[in-house]
Write a protein that binds this ligand. Structure first.
Ligand code: NDP
Length: 274
């Protein structure tokens, strides 16, 4: 398993299990299957409502806590100084953990809320309840403002990234300020059929004797992007992790680059009424 080194020295496994829309009854087994397959990184969020089931699977896996990397996220209605502190405490209680490895502001909902939330997160970081701080769905100007006002640098920006929305410019900016890009919806989420039917991706899958999802994940990992494919099916959980035994040529990387359509599946934060 490959790790990415964050700007505070913490190591983050480059592949994690996504759990958005994974129900309690499915996610418990999915986490156990993922850990058995070699995953050590799980991505959840307070709003997914599945932290407790994930926490139980973590306990039951018997893997030492220090060997796991757990991310959760601060939901929009919990943003603010006091409420962010309370939300992290609740997430820790749900997960039955003493700390999370990465805590993200889930969406940008205005500068004041972001900065107040982040100030609370910095204190929780200094108390050891969070090992790395980060953001999600942040654009360049949001990160610039945060960098002007923070005492602990954000380590990660988790954003929608896949073959049709490649985020080259955002990645370049983030890396220039020491922030790692993390890809959500790497398989195009509910539009996965558009990925699975893509001609270039099918040609490459055939060439490397891999599946289209494996090519999509490998392309992100090759770009140095952290990736969190979601599945509740054991065979797919194994498949999505099995990408470390081949390399994509630079010509094939360039062919995938041509598939960018700047096509966003998830709504822009400005238009989201929550
Ligand atoms: P993904 O791009 O990971 O796609 C998930 C879909 O692909 C599911 O329908 C899954 O079905 C299917 N699938 C997974 N692997 C395979 C495979 N090998 N072959 C065929 N189908 C497959 O979408 P997500 O939206 O779930 O994004 C990944 C993760 O990113 C989330 O789970 C969440 O943790 C995070 N996220 C963060 C957001 C944010 O705002 N920060 C927003 C959205 C997601 P099945 O389960 O049946 O296998």
């Amino acid at each position: 398993m490959m790790n990415v080194k964050l700007n505070n020295g913490i190591k983050m496994p480059i592949i994690g299990l996504g759990t958005f829309r994974s129900k309690d009854e499915d996610v418990y087994q999915a986490v156990l299957d993922a850990i058995e397959a070699g995953y050590r990184h799980i991505d959840t969020a307070m709003i997914y409502g599945n932290e407790a089931a994930i926490g139980k699977a973590i306990k039951d896996s018997k893997i030492p806590r220090k060997d796991l990397f757990i991310t959760t996220k601060l939901w929009n209605s919990d943003q603010g100084y006091e409420s962010a502190k309370a939300a992290l405490e609740l997430s820790l209680k749900n997960l039955d953990l003493e700390y999370v490895d990465l805590y993200l502001i889930h969406w940008f909902k205005g500068y004041e809320l972001a900065l107040d939330s982040y100030r609370a997160m910095e204190e929780l970081y200094n108390e050891g309840k969070i090992k790395a701080l980060g953001v999600s769905n942040f654009n360049v100007h949001h990160i610039m403002k945060l960098l002007e006002n923070c005492t602990v640098k954000p380590t990660v920006n988790q954003v929608e990234t896949h073959i049709a929305l490649q985020n080259e410019f955002l990645q370049e900016y983030c890396e220039s300020v020491g922030v790692k890009l993390e890809a959500y919806a790497p398989l195009m989420s509910q539009h996965i059929s558009d990925l699975l039917s893509d001609e270039t991706m099918n040609r490459l899958a055939k060439k490397y004797n891999k599946s289209v999802p494996q090519i999509a994940i490998k392309w992100l990992v090759t770009r140095g992007i952290i990736v969190i494919p979601k599945s509740i099916k054991k065979s797919r959980i194994i498949e999505n992790f099995n990408i470390f035994d081949f390399e994509l040529s630079s010509k094939d990387m360039a062919d995938i680059k041509k598939l960018n359509r700047a096509r966003k599946i998830f709504p822009e934060f400005d238009n989201v009424p929550f």
